[in-house]
Design a protein around this ligand. Structure first.
Ligand SMILES: Nc1nc2c(c(=O)[nH]1)N[C@H]1C(S)=C(S)[C@@H](COP(=O)(O)O)O[C@H]1N2
Ligand SMILES: [Mo]
Length: 477
C-alpha cells in the first residue's frame, strides 16, 4: 500500500481508474467436482480402507474439470458466466428490448418464501467426496468462494451432524436446567421466547476445519479447505439469565454440561466464565428467522469464539457442575495429538485465522490486469485488528482494507487491489487479532503441534496462481 499512499488523491484516483479498466476476469471454481456415481465409487474405496482416497478422488475429478475449463476458454472467448458481445458489433443485450422490459412480470407472493435465482443453482453447500462413510455422520461445506460480506445465508450454512438432522416440533421441545441449582427447571419454547433477548453476529467454525490439509495439500478449493465456517446473526436468551432463574450456584458451579436432543448424545463442557460474561446464548433465531433444522431448530447453544462442537444443537439440557465432565466428545474425540504423544483436551478457542476466497483454488484468472483480492478473517479471542496479504509467497506483504462492520468473534471481510502481471504468484493472507496474536505459517504451527493433529489448523493458506491462470492449493514451507 505504501507506493499508492505516497500519491496525491487525484493521482491515486487516476491510478485506480487505470487499474479498474485493465481487464481481469475470474472464471468461477467448478463447484460440482463429482457425479453421484463418482461419489459412490469414492465411498466404496473409503470403506475398503484404501488410503489417500480423498486426494485421488479430487485428482480424478479435476481431470474431468480440466476438460471443462478447456471447453469454456475456447478461442471464441466465451466465458462460462458471460454473455459475449458478437464480434460483428452491436450488443443485442442493449439493442433488443428484452421480454422483461415489455411483458408483465410475476405476481406478489408467487413464492410465499422466496428462493435464490435459478441462475444461481450451482451455489450449494457440498459434501467432500470420500471424507465420510455416511451422510448422517458427515459434513457439508459452505461455498465461501461465492459469498459476499460476512453473513452466511442460512440455507448455505455448513452442516456437521454426528447422527443426522431432525425437524423437531417446537411445541414438544423442552429445555431442562439441573445440577447445582436451587430450582431445577424445565422450559417450553414459549417460556424461553418471552424472555429478554439479544441478537449478535458470530462466526462458527468446526474445530476440524482445514483438518485434511494438516499433513499436506489434500483438497482443491476453499469450499473444502475452509468451508466448515459460517457467520450469522443469532438471537436468543443469554444462558446466564436462565441459570439465574433456576437459582444456579454460580460460586461453586464452575462448568456446565450442554446436551443435545439428537441420537448423537452430543455433550460438551462449557467453562462458567464464558457464561457469566453473558456471551453464551440459548438461541432460537438465525439471520432474522428461526434456526434452520440443520442448524439445531428450535434451540441451540451459541458459544462465541469456541469450536463448533460446543455449539450444541437441539439443546435439551444444561447441567451445572463443579468440574469438567470428560464427555466422549471431549475426552476421546476433539482432542489434539501432540508431537510427544500426549493428547491435549479442552482446546476450546478458535485462534486467529484468515483465508483469501478470491483468487482461490479451482478458479481461473482469464486475463492479466486488475483483480480485487478478497477474503475472510476471524478470531475466537475478539476483533480482527489487521490483515496483510502477500502475492509473492510471503516475501512482501501489503495491508488489506478491513470492511465494516468489524465485530468481535465474527467474520471480517478484507479486500485489496492487485494487478496480475501474468507471472506465477502465490497469494496468502495473514491475520492479527486485537490481542496481538498473529496467524502462524505452517512451519511455525508444525514446530509446536507436529503433523498428526486433526483439529485447530489455523495456518496461513497459500494459493498458487499459475501462468495459465489456474489457481491451485499449495503449501509453502
Ligand atoms: N446435537 C448436536 N449438536 C451438535 C452436533 C451434532 O452432531 N449434534 N455437531 C457439532 C459440531 S461438531 C459442529 S462443528 C456444529 C456444527 O453446526 P452446524 O451444523 O449448524 O454448522 O454443531 C455441533 N453441535
Ligand atoms: Mo465440528
Amino acid at each position: 500500500m505504501t507506493a499508492i499512499s505516497a500519491l496525491t488523491n487525484a493521482q491515486q484516483g487516476d491510478r485506480v481508474k487505470e487499474q479498474f479498466n485493465s481487464s481481469g476476469r475470474v472464471q468461477k471454481a467448478p463447484e460440482n467436482f463429482l457425479t453421484s456415481a463418482d461419489v459412490k465409487t469414492v465411498f466404496a474405496e473409503g470403506k475398503q480402507g484404501r488410503r489417500d482416497f480423498i486426494r485421488r478422488a479430487f485428482a480424478a475429478a479435476s481431470t474431468a474439470t480440466a476438460a471443462g475449463v478447456a471447453a469454456v476458454s475456447a478461442p471464441t472467448g466465451a466465458w462460462a458466466q458471460g454473455n459475449p458481445i458478437p464480434t460483428e458489433g452491436g450488443d443485442p443485450n442493449i439493442l433488443k428490448l428484452p421480454e422483461h422490459a415489455t411483458g408483465l412480470g410475476q405476481g406478489v407472493a408467487t413464492e410465499g418464501y422466496g428462493k435464490p435465482s435459478k441462475y444461481e443453482a450451482n451455489l450449494q453447500r457440498r459434501q467432500s467426496p470420500g471424507l465420510t462413510q455416511t451422510t448422517q455422520a458427515s459434513v457439508s461445506f459452505a461455498p465461501l468462494q461465492s459469498l459476499f460480506g460476512i453473513v452466511t445465508p442460512s440455507g448455505l450454512h455448513f452442516e456437521r451432524h454426528h447422527q443426522g438432522w431432525w425437524d423437531i416440533d417446537p411445541s414438544k421441545h423442552r429445555f431442562m436446567i439441573n445440577g447445582m441449582v436451587k430450582n431445577p427447571k424445565v422450559f417450553t419454547m414459549d417460556e424461553i421466547m418471552r424472555l429478554p433477548s439479544v441478537s449478535r453476529f458470530h462466526f462458527i467454525e468446526c474445530g476440524a476445519n482445514t483438518a485434511v490439509d494438516w499433513g499436506n495439500v489434500a483438497v482443491p478449493t476453499v469450499q473444502y479447505t475452509h468451508g466448515m465456517l459460517s457467520c450469522s446473526e443469532f438471537t436468543g436468551v443469554p444462558l446466564i439469565t436462565l441459570l439465574e432463574l433456576a437459582g444456579a450456584d454460580l460460586k461453586n458451579g464452575k462448568f456446565v454440561l450442554a446436551e443435545g436432543g439428537d441420537g448423537s448424545a452430543m455433550t460438551r463442557t462449557i467453562p462458567m466464565s464464558l457464561i457469566t460474561s453473558g456471551e453464551v446464548l440459548v438461541a432460537y433465531g438465525q439471520n432474522g428467522e428461526m434456526l434452520r433444522p440443520e442448524n439445531g431448530y428450535p434451540l441451540r447453544l451459541v458459544v462465541p469464539g469456541v469450536q463448533g462442537v460446543s455449539w450444541v444443537k437441539y439443546l435439551r439440557r444444561i447441567e451445572v457442575g463443579d468440574q469438567p465432565y470428560a464427555a466422549k466428545d471431549e475426552a476421546v474425540h476433539y482432542i489434539d495429538l501432540q508431537p510427544g504423544g500426549l493428547h491435549r483436551q479442552y482446546t476450546n478457542i478458535q485462534e486467529c485465522k484468515s483465508v483469501v476466497t478470491t483468487p482461490s483454488g479451482g478458479q481461473v484468472l482469464l486475463d492479466k490486469g486488475f483483480y480485487n483480492i478478497t477474503g475472510l478473517a476471524w478470531s475466537g479471542k475478539g476483533k480482527i485488528k489487521r490483515v496483510d496479504v502477500s502475492t509473492d509467497g510471503g516475501r512482501n506483504w501489503r495491508q488489506a482494507r478491513l470492511e465494516t462492520p468489524v465485530l468481535s468473534k465474527a467474520l471480517t471481510r478484507f479486500n485489496l487491489d492487485w494487478v496480475w502481471d501474468g507471472k506465477p504468484a502465490i497469494i496468502q493472507s495473514r491475520a492479527q487479532d486485537e490481542t496481538g496474536y498473529v496467524q502462524p505459517m505452517y512451519k511455525q504451527l508444525r514446530d509446536v503441534r507436529g503433523t498428526r493433529s486433526i483439529y485447530h489448523n489455523n495456518a496461513i493458506q497459500s494459493w498458487l496462481v499459475q501462468e495459465n491462470g489456474e489457481v491451485k492449493n499449495v503449501q509453502v514451507s
